[in-house]
Ligand binder design. Structure first.
Ligand code: ZN
Length: 247
């Protein structure tokens, strides 16, 4: 999972979404709660979401990958807060993400909350996933991040991994391990090149990094592995410049 910057919607698209939400709000105001899901589903299905989808694709990058697993194609619009439970956010732009079929199936209508009503699932357009997740290069799995200050694993990391089964997705694990090897190769090339610049190295790494592993390499626990350790020891200036560009 990687941090994603949310782009603004075109004003006419935003206006159409607001109007659709207003119509749905009026409709559900007169309905018992058990009928909200059906009303929200029908309203969403009847809405032209083409422009919204295009903006989500632009946010997801050239390969339009799922915003949760970053592995499969993001072929569906996901309601972060499920529209069946939160129909008043059916047409809320900050509530919309792009997901793949598999993540959509695992997430379903689940939306676990913490004790204060906040989401436990990580929203990559709001949260930095690496605040809550860690990567295990041995298995290729995403795991909850350990917080040594509080001596516990991130609750949000644990719930996100559990809900999306990020610790048992073989294709995701293989993709992340392969990408990490390629990222390490770029670092090794930079180590062998006295003219290497941080701009060039980070640009090269970004071209192949679909999973957000660059941040894990320079700021997360990946900085403790070779060849990142070698870069930090042998080329401290280059290392610092890379960290400042990634952070
Ligand atoms: Zn996915």
């Amino acid at each position: 999972m990687r941090r994603i910057t949310r782009l603004p919607l075109a004003s006419d698209v935003e206006g159409a979404m607001a109007a659709a939400q207003a119509r749905l709000n009026s409709e559900i105001a007169g309905l018992p709660q058990e009928k909200w899901a059906k009303a929200a589903g029908a309203a969403w299905d009847g809405h032209d979401s083409g422009a919204t989808r295009s903006t989500l694709h632009a946010m997801a990058g050239p390969r339009q990958r799922c915003m949760y697993c970053c592995d499969s194609h993001g072929d569906s619009i996901d309601h972060f807060r499920p529209k069946s439970t939160y129909p008043r956010q059916t047409f809320s732009w900050p509530n919309l993400l792009l997901n793949c079929t598999e993540c959509g199936r695992y997430k379903g209508q689940w939306f676990p909350l913490d004790d204060h009503g906040g989401p436990l699932l990580i929203d990559p357009t709001v949260d930095d996933p690496w605040d809550h997740l860690d990567f295990d290069p041995e298995t290729g799995n995403l795991v909850a991040r350990y917080d040594p200050v509080h001596s516990c694993f991130s609750n949000r990391g644990e719930e996100t991994v559990r809900l999306l089964r990020l610790d048992r997705r073989e294709a995701v694990a293989r993709g992340m391990q392969k990408t990490l090897r390629q990222l390490h190769e770029r670092v090794e090339r930079a180590l062998a090149d006295p003219q290497a610049s941080a701009d060039r190295l980070i640009a090269d790494m970004r071209q192949i990094d679909e999973y957000g592993l660059i941040a894990w390499c320079f700021i997360g626990s990946g900085r403790r592995d070779a060849p990142l350790t070698t870069l930090r020891e042998q080329r401290p200036d280059l290392w610092e410049e890379c960290v400042s560009r990634v952070g």
